[in-house]
Design a protein around this ligand. Structure first.
Ligand SMILES: Nc1ncnc2c1ncn2[C@@H]1O[C@H](COP(=O)(O)OP(=O)(O)OP(=O)(O)O)[C@@H](O)[C@H]1O
Ligand SMILES: [Mg+2]
Length: 361
């Protein structure tokens, strides 16, 4: 129904290149999230797929057909925006059926499709209301309803949840996921919220300055971030990224040496000379008070109780690090602390290029 392929897509506004050369293959039925900081080109990419913006170069293919010159209507794509764009003077039912009326479908068909969409989104009892009489989450559902009734082959979402409060966002996120599971429509979902991207998508594209920084399944981005940008962007609380050096400790042994003199032996070496500056990445949830083969000593600066977990900020290895510990561990401010970390959870990066350093066994 709706595979999408972007081949070397480029977009310029005058002299400014906002998308460099984007390649992306999305399978029919797949859910792909575009994530990245403000201004990195997410909406521009989405709008080019929808046909609301022309690509300056490259090919856009839907179901194998080049659609660059096709009108938005012909592409059979539905887009849901952040601000919902509902008409205030129309009832919910009329808002949902609007595009079908424009397409001059028979009245009975429109009524049936609107009723089906409303049932799916559980807003059947709201069809006679005006948008002003709805909550934010209900408006969001109406906007989705308007997209669904056209029976599109592709769904595009541009930050559809960013106007909602935290609780409703999580609830609607679940509903979008359920909706995709039921309909299996190809979806591109833009967000700057990495948790939203990770929880919803089959694959996540991390964008930066109009380029793809890394693309992969959520687990891949989490376990194997390709560079410092992705390492810092994916995961919450953020990965600790601290400066250190590589040391050759014996003929075939190598260690990470932190600025306060502590070190961790590396079981898998990296191809770098003695004394090379590196950035060490350790996720807060991978530091543990349980005993382990490799550990670091530090002093607790601050603890933040969040319920089951406590976020501990400590001075470790000459840098401030965040640790996500079980609240039961009972760590207190100003205590000395000993934290273990396993080898698989230590990420090494080149500070100059920002690229991940490959480990060799
Ligand atoms: N019509 C335009 N003319 C000139 N520059 C534009 C235009 N539209 C967007 N841009 C620029 O293109 C870049 C990408 O914009 P885009 O809206 O795609 O970002 P985004 O990733 O969606 O950001 P946000 O998270 O803030 O929505 C930005 O630097 C923006 O200023
Ligand atoms: Mg945007």
């Amino acid at each position: 129904m709706g595979s999408i392929e972007l081949r070397q897509i480029n977009k310029r506004y005058g002299d400014v290149e906002v998308i460099k050369s984007l390649d992306l293959n999305i399978d029919n039925g797949e859910f792909v999230a575009l994530v990245g900081p403000s201004g990195c080109g997410k909406s521009t990419t989405l709008r080019m797929v929808a046909g609301l913006e022309e690509a300056s170069g490259g090919d856009i293919l839907i179901q194998g057909k080049r659609v660059n010159d096709w009108s938005p209507k012909k592409r059979n794509i539905a887009m849901v925006f952040q601000n919902y764009a509902l008409y205030p003077h129309m009832s919910v039912g009329d808002n949902i059926g609007l595009n079908l009326r424009i397409s001059r479908l028979p009245k009975s068909e429109i009524k049936k499709r609107v009723a089906d969409a409303a049932r799916l989104l559980e807003i059947s009892d709201l069809l006679d209301r005006r948008p002003a009489q709805l909550s934010g989450g209900q408006r969001q559902r109406v906007a989705m309803g308007r997209a669904i009734v056209r029976n599109p082959s592709v769904f595009l979402f541009d930050e559809p949840l960013s106007n909602l409060d935290a609780l409703l966002r999580v609830q609607m996120r679940g509903e979008i996921k359920r909706f995709h599971k039921m309909t299996r429509r190809t979806t591109i979902y833009v967000t700057h919220d990495q948790i939203e991207a990770m929880t919803l998508a089959d694959r996540v594209v991390v964008m930066r300055n109009g380029d793809v920084s890394q693309m992969g399944r959520p687990e891949e981005l989490y376990v194997d971030p390709a560079n410092l940008f992705v390492a810092g962007f994916i995961g919450s609380p953020r990965m600790n990224l601290v400066p250190a050096q590589l040391r050759n400790t014996a003929e075939h042994a190598q260690a990470i040496s932190f600025s306060d003199g502590q070190s961790i032996e590396l079981e898998d070496r990296v191809a770098c000379a003695d004394g090379t500056d590196i950035i060490v990445g350790i996720r807060p949830e991978h530091l543990s008070t349980s005993p382990g083969r490799h550990h670091l000593n530090g002093k607790v600066f601050m603890t933040e109780f969040t319920g089951g977990n406590t976020i501990v900020t400590a001075n470790i290895g000459g840098s401030e690090m965040t640790c996500l510990l079980e609240s039961r561990s009972g760590v207190r401010d100003d205590e000395d602390i000993k934290l273990s970390v396993s080898q698989d959870d230590i990420h090494l990066f080149d500070p100059k290029s920002g690229q991940r350093l490959a480990r060799q066994s």
